[in-house]
Every structure is written in structure tokens, then in C-alpha cells.
Design a protein. Structure first.
Length: 139
């Protein structure tokens, strides 16, 4: 396994405040990994924030427990990796997992397509009521 040079994360309620906290964690991560090129920082951070914002805006709880968001971001020698998870969340509908760009008049539906355009790989896994998107960007 590749050495982790820097790591940051967030776990808490799925809310607008979580997005601000994740922004702060990303800023601190770049302080710890200043060698990462600006373009990689910007595109990767945008993808992570978009994935987190999609959870905040669209994830529905499985039962009475509220949805929680967990973000684990790591910098490796030639790769950035983020695991963005929605705990206690329903499984997304199949059409929510499609990365097709909607037409110009659509007001939503661009999130996954944007994320896929910004990173090297996007994978999805579901286990025990948790949806996890794994984003990687080769640097």
C-alpha cells in the first residue's frame, strides 16, 4: 500500500455546516501537503465538496436516525484519495448514479458528471446502510 503523506477528515451531521467544515479540512490538508500542484488541489477539492454537497442536499435517512456524513481525505505520493460516505442513508436510485450531463435548461443533475470530469476515478459502494463514493485523482 502506498504511503499516506497527509490525511484529514470530518464526521458529523449531514448539514450545511458540514460543508464549511470539510472546506476547512481541505485547506488544512493543503498546508500539510504544499507540494500538491494548485490545479490538482482545486479540481480535487471541487469534486470532494460536490460529493459532500450531494449528500447534504439529497441523501434520505434509512429510518429514524439522521444521515451523517464522513469524509476521509488522504494525500499519497502520486494520488489524492477521498472517501465520502453517507451513514444511515437510503441507497441512491439507479438514475442518481448516472453521470450524464443534463440539458442546458435543467436546474440540477450535474453533480456526478462534474465529479467524474474532475477526478481520475469514481467508485461507489454500499454496505450496512452506508453509501460511499471513492474519488481518486492521480497527480
Amino acid at each position: 500500500m502506498t504511503e499516506v503523506i497527509a490525511r484529514r477528515g470530518f464526521h458529523g451531521p449531514s448539514s450545511e455546516e458540514a460543508i464549511e467544515a470539510i472546506h476547512n479540512e481541505l485547506d488544512a490538508l493543503w498546508d500539510d501537503a504544499s507540494f500538491v500542484p494548485d490545479m490538482d488541489r482545486m479540481t480535487f477539492a471541487t469534486a470532494v465538496i460536490e460529493a459532500a454537497a450531494n449528500i447534504v442536499q439529497h441523501a434520505l435517512p434509512v429510518a429514524d436516525k439522521p444521515v451523517e456524513i464522513d469524509v476521509d481525505i488522504s494525500v499519497r505520493p502520486s494520488r489524492l484519495v477521498a472517501r465520502v460516505s453517507a451513514f444511515n442513508a437510503r441507497e441512491p436510485f439507479a438514475n442518481d448514479m448516472q453521470a450524464n450531463m443534463p440539458d442546458e435548461e435543467a436546474e440540477s443533475g450535474r453533480g456526478l458528471a462534474l465529479i467524474e470530469a474532475l477526478v481520475t476515478t469514481v467508485t461507489f459502494e454500499r454496505q450496512d446502510g452506508t453509501n460511499t463514493w471513492i474519488l481518486t485523482r492521480n497527480t
